[in-house]
Design a protein around this ligand. Structure first.
Ligand SMILES: [Zn+2]
Length: 291
């Protein structure tokens, strides 16, 4: 177990541990949503632990749209970054790995740095689709974002064992652990997307062990394979969030352009989402709930 390596999926607004170092994913554009949501529910005491047996929020209201769009855009960037190093990218087009980047930790750290730089600039340039209280304040003041909460809402896929387990903390993601995870995220769309993401790592892990059990651990620990698995996982993640946005946007006042109207897969842009929020999601009323 000590040699076990894991894929740690970056969750916006949450902490991530790579190589024993706490990385701050809060800087990626979303505030700690769980905290905001808890604060918004008056009859729930965040100090009470464990939480009452309530279902997680489905995350299907117009107010949820901002962070869904934000997550989608973050995935877009991540996909672009992972593609640079992924095994499926023709070698001539791949970005050369810096010396020293030889394993899971190395590549995860590298892309994390690139990603968080992008996220910081984006926040400072106010390119976010939503007005998020904490983020706006931090971005304007240019102050460093506080360290992540001690308990990160995060999943890992253990790739150094042939069980290829997905874990939440030290528990296999099933039963009570699964329910705890979904409640902690408290946005079913996003927890489903994350689980879908880890399922991709799990598929890759199981395939590697099936093909060559002895070599699988080393194979899965190469930067190109990690990047490939992340590339596919971030794509899956984005698809789940994109589907949710698509089914929601029309109800929340999205006015697609002609080009967007012709494109079945079109989604509201950041600017459009911002405008919808500023209009107070008016079309929801005007359309009377029609799609
Ligand atoms: Zn991942």
């Amino acid at each position: 177990m000590s040699a076990a390596r894991v894929y740690r999926r970056p969750v916006p607004g949450e902490g991530i541990m790579i190589g024993g170092r706490a990385l701050n994913w809060k800087s990626l554009g979303l505030v700690p949503l769980a905290l905001l949501l808890i604060a918004a529910v008056p009859d729930r005491n965040p100090d009470r632990d464990p939480p009452p047996d309530v279902a997680p929020k489905p995350c299907d209201t117009c107010e949820d749209l901002c962070r869904l769009v934000d997550t989608y855009l973050q995935k877009e960037k991540g996909i672009e970054l992972w593609r640079r190093y992924a095994a499926s990218t023709p070698e001539a087009q791949r970005t050369r790995l810096p010396p020293g980047v030889t394993d899971t930790n190395g590549i995860e750290n590298l892309v994390w740095k690139e990603f968080s730089e992008w996220a910081r600039n984006r926040r400072q340039n106010r390119e976010l689709p939503c007005k998020l209280r904490d983020e706006t304040a931090a971005g304007q003041a240019g102050t460093p974002v506080p360290p992540p909460a001690a308990v990160a809402v995060d999943l890992v896929t253990v790739t150094q064992q042939d069980s290829c387990e997905i874990r939440y903390g030290d528990r296999k993601l099933e039963g009570e652990a699964l329910r705890d995870y979904e409640r902690a995220v408290d946005c079913k769309v996003l927890s489903d997307a994350t689980i879908g993401h880890e399922a991709v790592h799990q598929e890759h892990c199981m395939r590697a062990y099936a093909e060559d059990h002895r070599r699988a651990p080393a194979f899965l620990d190469t930067p190109e394979q990690v990047a490939e698995s992340e590339l596919q996982a971030w794509k899956r993640h984005q698809e789940v969030v994109g589907d949710a946005i698509r089914s929601l946007a029309g109800k929340c006042g999205w006015q697609p352009t002609k080009r967007q109207r012709r494109d079945m897969n079109a989604l509201p842009s950041a600017a459009q989402t911002r405008a919808m929020q500023e209009r107070g999601w008016k079309a929801a009323e005007a359309l009377g709930g029609s799609p």
